[in-house]
Ligand binder design. Structure first.
Ligand SMILES: [Zn+2]
Length: 391
């Protein structure tokens, strides 16, 4: 079994290449191909694999399994017919995804290198998926620390430094100070960003730091005794900031505030909202007092009113219960359900609540003289008919 030549190792800008299928097998949904040479970077070290095409077949995934680079294409009848050991294939990688991955990964090296230089922390976890890139450090940062690192990282981007890939001998390696997350077997591949970082890594990188465009910290949190920092680089940073600016613009239009002053406007709105809530509570108190006075005595009183929200429902029911010889039952429709409160002193109301819950898919209960709950399948007509037959 010959090893696949890794074209991406030496040149991360090879997008098209010729190759030969040296082995293949099928597993359920996929045909698994081993090539004599490939520009497809397989998943590894926290980074997802390249995507692309072999002839006109989609390469959906690339993995290293038992030391072999496996290309996954769809197991269709058509593809099976086209493929055989020894077949010559034209490979093409999805360079839009690859370039975005390179921007993120090179940005991550600069970030981790600067953090290591300034604070001595190690990057102990790295994830490069399709959205944010997360970096886990074994130390804590203040907000100022993060701003400082972010500025220095962007300075290194604008310095447009050449990123070099080195394959040192074991002797040379002993004299080089470099970061390395794991012990790598065989030839060590080093990624050097002059004056910023030296790190063992097998992934493709941009040629010069300027290609990263920008590096933005979009979040950070305490994580496993250290800190998880989320970053976005290049086009992903642009897409993200564009989306957030657009959201802010909408808030600015809605609040009629300048885009630079939206948070103060939202704060004012929330304060106003709080004040209105208090006002409504006061008004409702007055309303139930007036309403309760207008109700004439009866054996049973049944009220439906959508204003009887929250605690008002029981307050109102209690304020009119003395006018009913049997019970006072109040209902308030609240979105999909009907909330109820029934109060009275002549009988134990708990069996009534139980029947109500059974008949109208409800739940609730209480004390002998007051029961409360909610009903999922009830109508005003149904409830009136039911209660008029009770007591
Ligand atoms: Zn790396």
């Amino acid at each position: 079994m010959t090893m696949t030549e890794k074209l991406y190792d030496g040149d991360s800008y090879i997008t098209e290449f010729e190759c030969k299928a040296v082995d293949l097998y099928t597993t359920g949904n996929h045909i698994c191909l081993i090539l004599d040479r490939t520009a497809f970077f397989p998943e590894g070290g926290g980074q997802t694999s390249d995507r692309g095409w072999l002839n006109n077949m989609n390469v959906e995934n690339v993995q290293i399994i038992d030391g072999k680079i496996i290309h996954f294409v769809e197991n269709s009848e058509e593809n099976v017919k086209k493929l055989e050991i020894g077949a010559h294939l034209a490979g093409k990688i999805d360079f839009k995804k690859r370039f975005s991955d390179m921007q993120q990964h090179s940005g991550e090296h600069i970030f981790s290198g600067i953090v290591h230089k300034l604070y001595g922390y190690n990057n102990v976890g790295f994830h490069l998926g399709s959205e944010v890139v997360t970096l886990d450090f074994d130390g804590e940062f203040s907000e100022e620390d993060i701003c400082k690192v972010e500025s220095l990282v962007n300075k290194a981007v604008w310095d447009n430094l050449e990123i070099r890939i080195l394959f040192p001998t074991d002797e040379e390696l002993k004299t080089i100070d470099y970061r390395s997350k794991i012990e790598i077997e065989g030839q060590t591949r080093l990624v050097e960003i002059p004056g910023v970082d030296m790190c063992a890594c097998c992934a493709p990188h941009v040629r010069r730091t300027g290609e990263i465009g920008t590096v933005m910290v979009v979040g950070y949190e305490r994580y496993k005794g250290g800190t998880r920092i989320s970053i976005l680089c290049g086009e992903r940073a642009l897409t993200d900031i564009r989306h957030k600016l657009n959201e802010n613009k909408k808030v600015s239009v809605l609040t009629k505030a300048k885009q630079e002053e939206t948070s103060a406007a939202v704060e004012r709105l929330l304060e106003e909202n709080e004040r209105l809530k208090y006002e409504i509570v006061g008004l409702n108190r007055r309303f139930i007092k007036d309403e309760a006075e207008r109700i004439s005595p009866s054996d049973r009183i049944i009220i439906f009113d959508s204003r009887l929200k929250d605690k008002l429902l029981s307050d109102f029911t209690l304020s009119i219960m003395d006018k009913a010889t049997c019970f006072a039952a109040c209902f308030c429709e609240d979105r999909e359900i009907i909330r109820y409160c029934i109060a009275g002193k002549s009988t134990d109301l708990r069996p009534l609540a139980k029947k109500l819950n059974t008949k109208f898919s409800g739940r609730g209960g209480g004390r002998p003289e007051i029961v409360q709950g909610s009903l999922a399948a009830a109508t005003e007509e149904g409830l009136r008919a039911f209660l008029n037959a009770e007591c």
